[in-house]
Write a protein that binds this ligand. Structure first.
Ligand code: HSE
Length: 400
């Protein structure tokens, strides 16, 4: 049996052990040797767990065991996850992770270390949970130039927006439901302010370009300012509000544009129908056109399943590097202020004439609130919109 170790026995780490034991028969179909979890590294002990006898507290026990072929890093955070992963890779032990924070910050560096030591650094589970998205990008799109990725990449915020839409809840009420159902954390900032999907679109943008895109470089807006009225306006426009990660790769310049923000998505668009905690990722190739990936973007077993799929690929490629195409150089980003969109805008009713004078060809949207004037702009640059909307004290959402 191929021996592996799990670093961090939290939700995803314990899920990995469950997937490997529960589906050993399925794993042996493609990989007859089978997999075994030999060690679990954690600060805690788990006396009531069936895995209690495999728990160790010293990383060196794992790194010095010549039987260990793959490590699953599910500790989260940058340290000591980076140090443990680097040391494993330097010994030729492949590392598979769901840790998007580390992948976003230092994935390019670890990918290079893996290459130098004929092993692999894979992170399928860091984006879209159980949805296979990074492997298809690396394999099925080899012949394609990926021009765009548009993704609902955060289950918690998609659940909140769906509840607001379906049950007419205000943001705070829907957030409470998400917390009561165990989707949103007690401190929900990373989800509702968009930092989590921002990291995920940064990882996707890095893989599309082969160069590092860091989440700090990605303009990021969350959904905490979205209210019930925004959703009602979206409905009137035959749209739904979705928090999207978007990236556009320009073939002529090689530059990339990345953003995370709420968008009004039109009915009929494949992302319009992605509801509840599900994720959906639309990938546009210059030859293949639009392909849609849909499924559970979070959760113990879906995420663990994605990590185990990476483990199997690593052991099938033992002794050689699976090239994920990241070379640890900096990506060239398109200035976000130069990009163009149409915007849905809300201003106070007394600003209607000023709004019409500032923007060409606006289309009014009927409002239930006599104190408010709502409209949709034509296509404008971010810079132009920012300047004009500031004058109006406007609240806005981009149209997809
Ligand atoms: N908080 C994340 C989500 C978990 O809701 O999608 C998966 O990264």
């Amino acid at each position: 049996m191929v021996q592996i170790a799990i670093l961090g026995f939290g939700t995803v780490g314990s899920g990995i052990a469950e997937v490997i034991d529960g589906n050993q028969e399925e794993i042996r179909r493609d990989f007859p040797e089978g997999l075994n979890v030999k060690y679990i590294l954690d600060l805690r002990d788990f006396p009531d767990s069936p895995y209690a006898d495999r728990v160790v507290h010293d990383i060196d026990i794992i790194l010095n065991d010549p039987e260990i072929r793959v490590i699953c890093e599910t500790m989260g955070g940058k340290n000591p996850a980076f140090d443990f992963s680097r040391r494993a890779l330097e010994r030729g032990i492949s590392v598979c992770t769901s840790n998007k924070e580390l992948v976003d910050a230092l994935g390019g560096k670890l990918a290079v270390v893996a290459k130098e030591h004929n092993c692999s650094y894979l992170f399928e589970a860091s984006v879209g949970g159980g949805i296979p998205i990074l492997r298809p990008l690396r394999t099925s799109f080899s012949q394609e130039f990926v021009t765009d990725i548009l993704g609902i990449l955060n289950g918690t915020t998609n659940y909140i927006l769906t509840k607001m839409e379906e049950e007419g809840l205000e943001f705070s009420e829907a957030l409470k439901q998400a917390q009561d159902n165990g989707y949103a954390e007690k401190n929900p900032e990373a989800d509702i302010e968009g930092y989590d999907p921002c990291r995920k679109i940064a990882i996707l943008a890095s893989l599309v370009t082969g160069k590092n895109v860091k989440y700090q470089q990605v303009p990021c807006e969350g959904i905490s300012a979205i209210d019930k009225a925004d959703l009602a306006y979206a409905r009137r426009l035959n749209r739904a509000v979705k928090l999207l990660g978007v990236c556009h790769h320009d073939r002529s310049t090689g530059k990339i544009f990345v953003r995370t923000a709420p968008y009004m998505v039109p009915q009929g668009h494949p992302l319009h129908a992605v509801n509840d905690v599900f994720n959906g990722i639309l990938v546009r190739g210059n030859m293949v056109g639009d392909l849609m990936f849909y499924g559970s973007g979070a959760g113990k077993l879906p995420t663990a399943s994605a990590v185990v799929s990476d483990v199997i690929e690593c052991v099938q490629n033992q002794g050689r590097n699976i090239d994920i195409g990241l070379n640890n150089t900096e990506a060239e980003l398109i200035d976000p202020m130069t990009t163009k969109s149409r915007f849905f805008v809300r201003v106070s009713a007394d600003k209607a004439a000023e709004a019409a004078a500032l923007f060409d060809g606006i289309e009014a949207v009927s409002s239930e609130d006599p104190a408010e004037y709502a409209f949709v702009t034509g296509v404008v640059t971010e810079a132009e919109f920012a300047e004009k909307s500031q004058k109006l004290g406007a609240k806005s959402i981009r149209l997809l």
